[in-house]
Every structure is written in C-alpha cells, then in structure tokens.
Design a protein. Structure first.
Length: 237
C-alpha cells in the first residue's frame, strides 16, 4: 500500500508529521498483512475438505475466538454467528448444538462456517452471574459501560469494510471481534448469514429474513428466502 506525505494535513507540526508517517508505515501494512493472512487461513481450511476448527485470535482476556468449518456439497458458503450479544447465552448454546448436529450428520449443501461465540469475554461475564441471565440488566451485552451495541458496528450500506479504516457507519471504531467478523464476510462472500440471538419471550421467537436489496436499496427478490424453514423439533429434541 502506498502513502504520501502530500496527504498530511498542513496544520501538523514536523514532529507530528514524523509520528503520522511512522503510523502509516507500520500500522497500515500490519492491517493489510492481517487481512492477507486471514484469506490464506480460510483458503487452507476450505481446501482440507474435512471439518476444521481454527482459533482466529485471542481476546483481551486471552479467550479464544473460534471458527469451525464444515465442507458442503457445493462451492457456496453460509456463515452462522452466535454470541453477538454475550448476554444471549442460549444463542451460543444453539451454535454448539448446530456444530454437534453437523458432526454427526451428512455433509451440508453449503460450506458451513460457524463462529459459536463472537464475544467470548462478554459471554463469560454473563455466565459468571447466573442469577442475572435473562434479566433487564443485559449483563454481557456490551463490552463496557460506554461501548456501542455490537450489533450496530457495521459500515454504511453499500460501503465495504476496509481493515485500514475500521469504523462503523457513524465513524466509531469497530471492536476487534467485529473486525474479524467483517473481514471473514469480505473473504467468504456468504450466500446466507445466520445471526443467532436470544429472546425473553419465546412466543416471539422465530426465523426472520432481512430484506435482500442492492446498494441502492432496490429489492433483489425473495424467491429463495420464501422457502426458509426451520425444523424446530430436530434442533431441540
């Protein structure tokens, strides 16, 4: 990646310019290198043609952020994400249930990639206070007191995520776990993304498909989504 001192804001003093250039020279190549490394790791996993479990990175509290791959019968990918909200522990349990089902069952149609717990540190905080699980405190939903909702840390519609500018639609820094998720989406280009969540009132639970639109907001059709179904007894028996 090329950069030029011509783009440095004119009000920067010489020492600040030096630091700015150092950041460009050191940090940006590191981010690009990380993206290239991830692409290589995902390619290696898919080339194995057998189920593979990989640790993507470690969290601030040194917990593993895992992804599990199950090869399918086509070249299409699906991504399943549990634990977007660490407070929703049942979404993580469901992700592990799906992993167990795929380990015992036939090869799926899609290449299936599963991140069982996207924010393991947050989930650990929720699990450590069982009396508060499902309560209004939402312990574990956020990474900190002033953190952004993890489910809202996304780029503007129609704007690709770029590792050298990891900010959301409002210019806020995206948490590292979500940066990994967005990087994976960029590389896999999945046909479907299933985000697993939990809900207090099970009467309101279900499978919901977001509108499929292009970057201009034009509907792309719902023929494939209209046949979505879920074998609830098979999942919970």
């Amino acid at each position: 990646m090329k950069f030029s001192t011509n783009n440095i804001p004119p009000f920067f003093t010489s020492p600040v310019k030096a630091i700015y250039c150092l950041l460009l020279a050191v940090i940006i190549p590191g981010l690009v290198g990380h993206a290239n490394e991830l692409a290589h790791r995902l390619q290696t996993m898919s080339a194995a043609q057998v189920p593979v479990r990989e640790i993507l990175t470690y969290t601030k509290s040194n917990r593993p952020l895992e992804i599990i791959y199950f090869p399918g019968t086509t070249d299409k990918n699906v991504l399943i994400v549990g634990g977007m909200h660490g407070s929703e522990l049942s979404s993580i349990e469901l992700a592990h249930t799906i992993v167990a089902m795929l380990q015992k069952g036939e090869r799926p149609t899609y290449n299936t990639w599963i991140i069982p717990s996207l924010f393991p540190d947050n989930a650990a905080r929720a699990a450590a206070a069982p009396s508060l699980i499902g309560g209004l405190e939402n312990l574990g939903r956020y990474s900190g007191q002033h953190s952004i909702d993890p489910n809202r840390q996304m780029p503007m519609p129609g704007v690709s995520y770029t590792p050298h500018n990891p900010v959301d639609s409002r210019g806020r820094l995206i948490e590292i776990e979500n940066q990994w998720l967005l990087d994976i989406i960029q590389h896999l280009q999945p046909e479907r993304i299933a985000a697993l969540h939990a809900i207090r009132n099970v009467a309101h639970a279900g499978v919901f498909a977001d509108p499929r639109t292009d970057c201009a907001g034009i509907a792309k059709g719902f023929s494939a989504d209209s046949v979505l179904h879920c074998k609830w007894p098979a999942l919970f028996s």
